[in-house]
Design a binder for this molecule. Structure first.
Ligand SMILES: Cc1cc2nc3c(=O)[nH]c(=O)nc-3n(C[C@H](O)[C@H](O)[C@H](O)COP(=O)(O)O)c2cc1C
Length: 186
């Protein structure tokens, strides 16, 4: 079975993007999901001097191994001033200095949510543009959820707006079908 690594790009303990991610991951039917909390892989702000002096932090090396061991990624990232949070970008910067492409020619599903009406769509557009440079083989980034607190029931863990719910499920299915049809490299 194909394996998907899923995480939110947030360091908030009550992250709404983590809630959305968990719901999106629940919709996957035919692949195995590993859900991780990126806060467990936090690292000091990247600098070349730090890397040269101390090498890669243990948890960044562990995250790299998790990236290696999975076939695809599902990511829900908050929008901070129009792009991904510095917390998330910093972890990506560390990974990017290790051997190989960040996402290693594997497909990536991206989503975003915010309390406001934008739903993190600026960040989603930013990420859609950059993840091919981060080594994504394919990008599924058509779903964002505006007004999270109105559209998501955090007690029942589901999207209450039925048309949004349908859109999310269509996007997850498209991503999953892509993954299942991918040829396994020889
Ligand atoms: C530094 C900062 C910048 C933010 N910038 C934006 C923004 O550009 N657009 C937006 O919709 N929300 C913005 N927000 C609000 C976030 O969408 C909100 O905090 C959200 O809960 C973050 O997701 P999380 O709970 O998964 O961490 C910002 C919040 C912070 C703390």
């Amino acid at each position: 079975m194909k394996k998907i690594l899923a995480f939110a790009g947030s360091n908030a303990s009550n992250s709404i993007n983590r809630k959305l991610l968990e719901y999106a991951a629940d919709q996957v039917r035919n692949a195995e999901i590993t859900l991780i909390d990126l806060r467990e892989f936090d690292a000091p702000i990247y600098s070349e001097e730090l890397q040269q002096t101390n090498g890669f932090p243990q948890n960044i090396q562990q995250l790299r191994r998790l990236f290696d061991a999975h076939d695809a990624f599902m990511i829900a990232s908050p929008e901070h001033n129009g792009m991904m949070p510095a917390f998330f970008k910093n972890i990506i910067d560390w990974i990017s200095r290790m051997d190989g492409k960040i996402f290693q020619d594997k497909p990536v599903f991206l989503t975003s949510t915010a309390p406001g009406p934008g739903g993190g769509r600026n960040n989603l557009a930013t990420m859609r543009a950059v993840v091919p440079h981060w080594g994504a083989s394919a990008v599924y980034a058509d779903f964002y959820l505006p007004a999270f607190h109105d559209a998501f029931d955090a007690k029942q863990n589901l999207i209450t707006d039925l048309s949004e719910d349908e859109r999310l499920k269509e996007n997850v299915t498209a991503f999953e079908n892509h993954l299942l049809q991918e040829l396994v490299p020889a």
